[in-house]
Design a protein around this ligand. Structure first.
Ligand SMILES: *Cc1c(COP(=O)(O)O)cnc(C)c1O
Ligand code: SF4
Length: 402
C-alpha cells in the first residue's frame, strides 16, 4: 500500500530530503533520488497517480531531488509533476501502441546501434538516466538491466562505425550518456575522435534539465579535449516547459558553450504539459535567453502507455504556426514526426504557401505577421511551373490583389 500523506507531511518530507542532499553535488543528487513507491511521500497523490505508480507498464520511476523541487506537491496538473509521476493512463497498453514503433531494433546491425540514415547513426551508450521521464520514447531500453551496454558492445559498435566510412555523424543517446562515469565518456569521445570519417558527435542528454550539476568542470574539460579539428561535439537536450529554465540550468548550458559545444533543444509535445501556444513560445524565449537554439518539437511516439501524452497531430502544426513572427527563427523548432515502421523523421509545417496562378505567374502566400494574402512572381523562363500546386480561377477571384 502506498502511503497517503497530508500536504504538511509532504512538505516536511521534501524539506528533509532537500537538506539531506548536498545540493550542487551530482553524486549526492543521484544517491538521494526518489524512486518508485517512495514518490508517494513527496506528493499529495491523486487516485490516478496512485494507480500509475503501482501499475505502470513503462520504465522505472525516479527523480533527482533537484527536479523534484521544481514540481508542485499538491497540484496533479503541475507540468513537472506530470513528467515525474505516472498516471493511470500509463498502466494501459493501447492497441495502436508498440514497444518499438520506429523499428530501431530491425535497423540495428550491432547491439546498441541504429543505422537508418546513410551518414548518421544512433548509438545507445547506456540505459540509465537521472530522471525517468514518463513520456520517454525509449521505454523498452531505458531503465532495463537487460539492455545494459557492456564495454565490448560499445567496442563492436565502434568497429561497425570504423568499417562504414559513410558514417559522419554519431548521435550518442541512451538512456543518457551523461549518466556514464567521466572515464567511460572520455573513452567514447576518444574513440569517435579517432575515426577519421566521423566529423560530428551529438550528445543527447537531459542532464542539463534534470541534473544541471552533472555539467561539472571535469566533464567539460573532457569534452573540450575531444572537441577539436577532427570532431565537432554538439549537445541536444530536452526542455519541455518554462518551469525547467532555472538559473542552475543556465549555468550548465553556459559551461557547455564555453567549451565550444553548441546546445540545441528537442522538445516533446505533451498533452496538458506544453500543448498550448503561449507555453511553447515562452519556453523557447527562455531557451534563447540561455543561448539554446530550437531544434525539434517531437510528436510523441506510439509506445506502450503513451496515450495520456498524445495530442492531435494538428496541435504541433498550429503551435509552430503561432510562433512564426513572434520569436526569432532560431527559437522556432521544426515539428517532427518520426514515422512508425522505420520511415525516419519528417517535418510538418504550417502552410504559408497557397499555390501558383499560372495566368499571372503569381505565387500566393499567407503572412504570419499581417495575416493577409501576399503575392510574388515566378521568374520569367522558369521551368518549374509544374512543380507548384495550382490555384483555380475561383480561388484567384477570392484572393487576387485589389
Ligand atoms: C533522430 C535520429 C537520427 C538523427 O536525426 P537528425 O534528423 O539528423 O537529427 C539518427 N538516427 C536515428 C535512428 C534517429 O532516430
Ligand atoms: S532522459 Fe531521455 S532517455 Fe532518459 S527517461 Fe528521459 S526522455 Fe527517456
Amino acid at each position: 500500500m502506498l502511503v497517503q500523506n497530508s500536504l504538511s507531511e509532504v512538505l516536511r518530507a521534501r524539506e528533509e530530503l532537500f537538506s539531506r542532499t548536498n545540493w550542487n553535488d551530482p553524486t549526492s543528487q543521484l544517491q538521494n533520488r526518489v524512486k518508485g513507491e517512495d514518490l508517494a511521500r513527496y506528493f499529495v497523490l491523486s487516485d490516478s497517480e496512485r494507480v500509475g505508480i503501482q501499475n505502470t507498464i513503462r520504465l522505472l520511476v525516479s527523480t533527482t531531488p533537484y527536479y523534484l523541487s521544481l514540481s508542485d506537491p499538491s497540484d496533479p496538473n503541475c507540468p513537472i509533476r506530470r513528467m515525474i509521476v505516472p498516471t493511470k493512463e500509463e498502466a494501459i497498453f493501447s492497441l495502436e501502441e508498440s514497444a518499438d514503433p520506429l523499428e530501431e531494433e530491425r535497423l540495428s546491425p550491432v547491439r546498441g546501434l541504429t543505422h537508418m540514415y546513410p551518414n548518421r547513426v544512433l548509438l545507445f551508450s547506456n540505459h540509465s538516466c537521472s530522471v525517468y521521464c514518463r513520456h520517454c520514447m525509449r521505454g523498452r531500453k531505458v531503465s532495463s538491466n537487460e539492455e545494459r551496454m557492456e564495454k565490448s558492445d560499445l567496442e563492436s559498435a565502434f568497429d561497425y562505425i570504423r568499417n562504414h566510412p559513410e558514417i559522419e555523424d554519431v548521435v550518442v543517446s541512451g538512456g543518457d550518456p551523461l549518466n556514464l562515469a567521466d572515464l567511460r565518456i572520455e573513452w567514447i569521445l576518444k574513440e569517435l575522435n579517432q575515426i577519421p570519417h566521423v566529423k560530428i558527435c551529438r550528445l543527447g542528454t537531459r542532464n542539463p534539465v534534470t541534473l544541471p550539476f552533472r555539467i561539472t568542470d571535469a566533464i567539460c574539460q573532457i569534452i573540450e579535449k575531444y572537441n577539436d579539428d577532427n570532431l565537432s561535439i554538439f549537445c541536444n537536450t530536452q526542455f519541455n516547459h518554462p518551469k525547467e529554465c532555472t538559473k542552475e540550468t543556465k549555468e550548465a548550458i553556459l559551461k557547455l558553450l564555453k567549451v565550444g559545444v553548441s546546445v540545441g533543444n528537442q522538445a516533446v509535445l505533451l498533452k496538458g504539459i506544453n500543448d498550448d501556444e503561449e507555453t511553447m513560445l515562452t519556453l523557447h524565449k527562455k531557451l534563447l535567453e540561455m543561448r539554446v537554439r530550437a531544434y525539434y518539437l517531437y510528436d510523441p511516439e506510439l509506445i506502450p502507455g503513451s496515450r495520456g501524452f498524445r495530442t492531435p497531430l494538428a496541435r504541433g502544426i498550429e503551435i509552430v504556426e503561432y510562433m512564426r513572427g513572434k520569436i526569432g527563427g532560431m527559437g522556432i523548432p521544426q515539428f517532427v514526426n518520426d514515422l512508425p515502421g522505420g520511415g525516419g523523421k519528417i517535418t510538418i509545417g504550417a502552410n504559408w504557401y497557397l499555390g501558383f496562378y499560372p495566368k499571372t505567374r503569381q505565387h500566393v502566400f499567407r503572412s504570419a505577421v499581417t495575416k493577409k494574402i501576399h503575392f510574388s512572381f515566378e521568374p520569367i523562363g522558369s521551368n518549374k511551373e509544374s512543380y507548384y500546386p495550382k490555384i483555380s480561377d475561383e480561388e484567384w477571384e477570392k484572393w487576387k490583389p485589389r
